[in-house]
Design a protein around this ligand. Structure first.
Ligand code: SF4
Ligand code: SF4
Ligand code: SF4
Length: 245
């Protein structure tokens, strides 16, 4: 088991760079427009996208019960699926609540009630898409105000919860420290199954992602670089992503 894990880690390390090269060469892979149009991050338990679009009655129940204000309803600018719920991990990821209340609240089956606990959540996988911008690799400490984006988002919602204010306090404590945010903030029960910081050949460190990642998007949310170095690919498994690579 340990051997398999080690091999996987090596594979992730090299295939991340491989994907970057492929993507830069192909261009199309990085188009944010295409990503938004064709493939978005849905709340936990979301069934297959085609089925999801036919089942979701756009009632907004899931977003009303989310204590992190992670879920939004798609507007006209997002084209397909007008009024359907999605998660924009650049603003707020899903914190994998223990009873998955968004799924419980869904009356239509668009969010499958078999998703009962965080271990059942499979929204996608995180990928270190822009390793060169990761400030941990250059040993650059987190600057003051690095978390303004998260503060601004929290201040913009009407029903800020204690969970959200606690989150901001925790993020404040990282100012001036080396960045390990993506690994430290991973909300699953055993974050080391999903992500950990490892030494980089250049003298810094960087995150590696493993097959326990549920694609919640929290690492993308908290990543302090202007374009997050780590991003979530929706609706794909670890094996599908890296076998493709
Ligand atoms: S699991 Fe919790 S944080 Fe995640 S979308 Fe559902 S209610 Fe929101
Ligand atoms: S590495 Fe952790 S925080 Fe990032 S998407 Fe995966 S489960 Fe979520
Ligand atoms: S959050 Fe993770 S990926 Fe982003 S800069 Fe920090 S260590 Fe790098």
């Amino acid at each position: 088991m340990a051997k398999i894990q080690t091999d996987r880690r090596e594979f992730v390390k090299y295939s991340t760079l491989g994907m970057l090269g492929l993507a830069l060469g192909g261009g199309i892979f990085f188009s944010p427009y295409l990503a938004a149009k064709e493939n978005r991050l849905r709340p936990p338990g979301a069934v297959d996208e085609k089925k999801f679009l036919s089942l979701c009655i756009k009632c907004g129940q899931c977003l009303q019960v989310c204590p992190y204000n992670s879920i939004k309803l798609s507007d006209i600018a997002k084209r397909a699926g007008l009024g359907t719920p999605y998660i924009d991990a650049n603003e707020r990821g899903c914190y994998a609540c223990s009873a998955v209340p968004c799924v419980l609240a869904c009356p239509s089956g668009a969010l499958n009630h078999h998703c009962e606990k965080p271990q059942d959540i499979h929204m996608g996988i995180a990928v270190l898409e822009f390793p060169d911008t990761c400030i941990a690799m250059s040993n650059t400490p987190l600057p003051k105000g690095y978390n303004d984006k998260m503060s601004n988002f929290t201040n913009s919602v009407r029903n800020v919860t204690k969970l959200e204010t606690d989150l901001l306090k925790k993020l404040d404590e990282y100012e001036g420290k080396q960045c390990t945010l993506c690994a430290d903030m991973c909300p699953i029960e055993n974050p080391m199954d999903a992500i950990s910081m490892v030494s980089d050949a250049g003298g810094g460190s960087k995150p590696e992602i493993y097959d326990g990642c549920i694609g919640c998007g929290v690492c993308q949310e908290v990543c302090p670089t202007s374009i997050p170095s780590i991003v979530v690919k929706p609706r794909i498994t670890y094996d599908e992503y890296y076998n493709k690579a």
